[in-house]
Design a protein around this ligand. Structure first.
Ligand SMILES: [Fe+2]
Length: 289
């Protein structure tokens, strides 16, 4: 018997495809939370998402919407509107989809890793960090009472090559925003434009509890670097993270109090785990006996 899905994921929106993939007449097939789904656009341009049951036309219909360059699906009843992303409509920003990567681990581990600055000098050596600049200075963590989002502000880190457009080392300011349990965004110093922030995000589609697809995207002020250069830069970074993510054990994220003391204390990751515990997240977390 199929066990009931945690309402934290059942009633949540997930990005399951770039919007551009639905331009052809062919439906897109994917799996969300263990459920095979099909997505298509009808002749009038309306979006559809359905489960498989004697052909896709007759399966369960799911809520679907197009936002921020992606197709979002909710298998249950959405608890709230999708998060705001005003930068998507900001003039001058380039939207770049840097690709979707299958990762054999809990999607929650992708977000935890995304929030962790401590690994930069060791995993992204000479790009996002370099010894002896390994100290993660204290930063502020707050939870927005209106949206429930976690914000980490006033983060700073010295980076040898902060972006495709960076010519040299830079003391980079970061703001992290956990928009959903399976999505997060960071705002960081834009090397190409004084005072501006680049926006980089990750949307995680849980395929199952211990397998996911991570989509990386950017909204940049960068008139020089080509899409290929920017995508190549992000893919290099993610190729360094991926084996580490896949080797982390257990694959499901432990949320017990004992796991609260990591060897490398990181305030952002810890706040994220605490928040998952508070909302009672069951999906993709290690079940305690
Ligand atoms: Fe990383």
């Amino acid at each position: 018997m199929e066990k009931e899905l945690d309402s934290n994921v059942l009633n949540e929106w997930f990005a399951v495809s770039p919007a551009s993939r639905l331009d052809s007449a062919e439906p897109v097939h994917t799996t969300l939370l263990g459920t095979p789904i099909a997505l298509w656009r009808d002749r009038e341009g309306a979006l559809h998402a359905a489960g498989r049951m004697e052909g896709w036309q007759h399966g369960d219909k799911y809520r679907v919407q197009q936002r921020y360059g992606f197709i979002w699906v909710c298998l249950g009843t959405p608890r709230k509107e999708l998060f705001a992303l005003p930068e998507f409509d900001e003039p001058g920003r380039r939207f770049i989809n840097a690709g979707t990567f299958g990762v054999k681990t809990s999607g929650l581990r992708i977000i935890e890793n995304f929030l962790d600055m401590g690994h930069f000098p060791y995993v992204h050596t000479d790009i996002l960090g370099k010894d002896p600049h390994s100290e993660v200075a204290d930063y502020k963590i707050t939870t927005d009472p209106d949206t429930g989002e976690i914000w980490a502000t006033e983060c700073r880190f010295w980076q040898p090559k902060a972006a495709a457009s960076a010519d040299g080392g830079l003391d980079v300011a970061y703001t992290y925003r956990v928009t959903q349990a399976f999505s997060a965004i960071l705002y960081k110093t834009c090397p190409a434009r004084e005072g501006a922030r680049d926006v980089i995000g990750v949307y995680v589609q849980p395929v199952s509890e211990d397998e996911c697809k991570a989509t990386l995207w950017l909204l940049l002020f960068d008139d020089d670097a080509s899409d290929t250069e920017i995508i190549g830069f992000q893919q290099t970074i993610f190729a360094q993270d991926r084996p580490i993510l896949e080797n982390q054990l257990p694959k499901l994220l432990p949320l017990g109090m004992k796991s609260e003391i990591p060897t490398r204390a990181d305030a952002g990751s810890m706040a994220y785990r605490r928040w998952l515990r508070e909302i009672g997240m069951q999906y993709g977390v290690q079940k305690t006996a």
